[in-house]
Design a protein around this ligand. Structure first.
Ligand SMILES: Nc1ncnc2c1ncn2[C@@H]1O[C@H](COP(=O)(O)OP(=O)(O)OP(=O)(O)O)[C@@H](O)[C@H]1O
Ligand SMILES: [Mg+2]
Length: 356
């Protein structure tokens, strides 16, 4: 699918590309996920001795979407990914992936999924090219094709200048990128990424987010875990919140943010305000409340949808130039705190970088 053209340049994100968030806001979801579940999880449970790490969770991931699995340290995200990818055996429950039994038929399922674990599984002594060719051989890809694909991926991930450096000499960001390249060497239908941007530098994190968006635009379903709610808000179509082994909420990112908002809030940034403009606004629009007013910033709220044009006309009438009019929405962080009662600082305990 071609890159959607954004009609709202002021909303263009990093790198001038359209993230899932912008596609939702500006393009009406051009890379629309289907309603067909590609992953279905039912009453999934995992015990380690007497400790229940995952307590009977159920959810579905739609084909073509970016699904974010979010939760604090120890919530059960990695344990769940490990069960979905065949790296850990569930204690109970069912997994269906692309119509197959994700437990009994895991070997077949593994051919169509890619895995990027939180800690790299590549070989320290091999260089990037050798690691990729080796991974390709595990999927039965022929030598010539593997060599070509490895070279393409190294170029795409800006790793083609790492020469003969062994993997152990790579930086954290380089390691993460090569691990992702290895995860997609066989062009999987579904890619599982466990904290793809945790602990790496800003630029590498940005590149990785862009790669995720591009892979998804080409049709790959993405299942990712992250601590960065801002990243999830920008990348994901839907998210699931997991806390202490239980799912608290699964939903569409936009719906979750809209439902969390009791009233609509709009902010106008004007060149220069006028004295008593609050009273003038209240006279003209008795149904809105003025949340904030300063010479250059006016924020109003209403239980109803706010139409911008009548306000713009009033500003014009009073000779006020409007630089910006924006609808303020709650962030996914606020939604998370509201639904889980968990402070954001708890989520951030493991952060080491990666934020924009
Ligand atoms: N092999 C194991 N043996 C015993 N307990 C385990 C094992 N693996 C995970 N756990 C426990 O299961 C719980 C969930 O761990 P998990 O790694 O899935 O959390 P997570 O959500 O991925 O956390 P993080 O954000 O830190 O990566 C934790 O309490 C952890 O200590
Ligand atoms: Mg984890």
């Amino acid at each position: 699918m071609g890159e959607p053209k954004c009609a709202h340049p002021e909303l263009r994100p990093e790198d001038g590309r359209c993230s899932a968030e912008l596609i939702r806001r500006c393009h009406g979801r051009e890379n629309e996920a289907t309603d067909l579940p590609i992953i279905e999880v039912k009453d999934l449970r995992k015990k380690f001795g007497d400790f229940v790490a995952v307590k009977g969770i159920s959810f579905a991931v739609q084909k073509g979407e970016i699904f974010g699995f979010l939760g604090p340290n120890g919530a059960g995200k990695t344990t769940t990914i490990n069960m979905l990818t065949g790296l850990a055996r569930p204690t109970a429950g069912a997994i269906t992936i692309a119509g197959r039994d994700g437990i009994k038929e895991i070997k077949k399922v593994q051919r169509i999924i890619g895995i990027v674990p939180d800690e790299s599984n590549l070989y320290d002594e091999m260089n990037g090219y050798e690691n990729l060719v080796f991974c390709a051989s595990l999927y039965g890809i022929k030598k010539g094709e593997a060599a070509q694909r490895a070279r393409e991926l190294l170029k795409q991930f800006s790793l083609d200048d790492t020469g003969d450096k062994p993997f152990k000499a790579y930086s954290k960001g380089m390691k993460r990128k090569l691990t992702i390249a290895a995860g997609i060497i066989h062009e999987p239908e579904i890619l599982f990424l466990d904290e793809p941007t945790t602990g790496i530098d800003v630029e590498s994190a940005r590149q990785i987010r862009r790669l995720i968006t591009e892979l998804n635009a080409k049709g790959t379903t993405i299942f990712l875990t992250t601590h960065y709610l801002e990243e999830a808000e920008r990348l994901c179509h839907r998210v699931g919140f997991i806390v202490s082994g239980e799912i608290v909420k699964v939903g569409n990112v936009n719906d979750l943010m809209n439902k969390a908002q009791q009233e609509k809030i709009v902010e106008f940034v004007v060149e220069q305000g006028r004295p008593n403009f609050g009273a003038i606004l209240s006279d003209h629009f008795p149904h809105v409340t003025i949340k904030h007013i300063s010479p250059e910033r006016i924020r109003i709220g209403s239980a109803e949808e706010i139409q911008l044009m009548p306000f713009m006309r009033l500003f014009d009438e009073y000779g006020m130039v409007v630089h910006e009019a924006k609808i303020l929405r709650p962030s996914l962080e606020e939604v998370f705190v509201k639904l889980t009662g968990i402070e954001i600082s708890k989520l951030e305990a493991k952060k080491g970088g990666g934020k924009k």
